[in-house]
Ligand binder design. Sequence first.
Ligand SMILES: [Zn+2]
Length: 399
Amino acid sequence: MSEPYLKIYNGQIITPYRIISPGTVLIKGDTIAEIKQGDIEVPGAVEIDAGGKYIAPGFIDLHVHGGGGHDFMDGNEAAFLHIAETHSRYGTTAMMPTTLTSEKEGLLHTLKLYELAKESNKKGAQFLGMHLEGPYFAMNQRGAQDPRYIRDPDPLEYKEILSKTNSISRWSAAPELKGGLAFGQYLKSKGILAALAHTDAIYEEALEAFENGYTLATHLYSAMSGVTRRNAFRYAGVIESAFLIDEMDVEIIADGIHLPSPLLKLVYKIKGADKIALITDAMRAAGMPPGESVLGNIDTGLKVIVEDGVAKLPDRSSFAGSVATADRLVRTMIQLADVSLIDAIRMITSTPARIMGVGDKKGSLLAGKDADIVIFDRDINIEMTIIKGSIIYKRAAGL
Ligand SMILES: [Zn+2]
């Protein structure tokens, strides 16, 4: 006997081009079978009445460290599964687990756990490959990354890591370091996205980096150079480079705190919805109540405080990570950056899918694509999350 169809009707369906209202999404197995204005008569289908709410592609988070009290660097497989489950309640259907700067052994161990967790992850957001954030960073732009582990790109080290795994999809580094361009070229040759991060590069270096594989700017504005002066002469930094190089993609922590309203508006005005990915960059306290928490590994990480919707160093001198969830990013862009719902959704669905090269299967509601779907109300409260055709989350007292 073949599986019944899953039919979601009476919703406002957000496609890349318009909102179909009322519309019906028909799912067969793990794939979208049909999208249609009005209703589709399907005898025997399992039916969900969307109650006039929005039906969008599942959210894709390209940069996330943790949530629900866990961090990907905790050193156990359960952490991966808990984080994936936590973020799925906020609409994320696919994510890139992200590391912090660490010793080689710590990275290799985390990669091994990733491979185990990818197999057993049935109740949370899917894993799109690992994102290594560091350790090849400019010391000057380390932010909350542990300085003990920061170093220049080491070909022996990164070639060894890459020879042991196929699970790395993205690697963030500072391209101006000694060996930084060769590193970018090597990543590109392996089909891995290189991203400019924690970097002090000036425009000339950023452009060269772009030509050598660094096509994405990691958390734009955070831990990167802007305009600097050297002996009275001004130099453009990575921020200006990301604006000036049209083809460069950028990601932003759109929690409304890391970047205030005018900067969100500025990035959107210059780069547009097709070049911006919204990311949470969330640490373990995402989806948890405020109070004390730890950035990085639960035993060896840094003590931080979560208040005002963000993690801070204990002396409150600096942010120490975001506690955002994907729904909040969409809400923030609409409320603080005056972005339309369609564009806000685009920046967390089709744009990140295209950046990571999975746009043929994910990121938009079209027949033939993966049935990764999220249903939410006008305030972006998540009602239901569907991953590859399975209902993973349903809000209590919801639909
Ligand atoms: Zn990060």
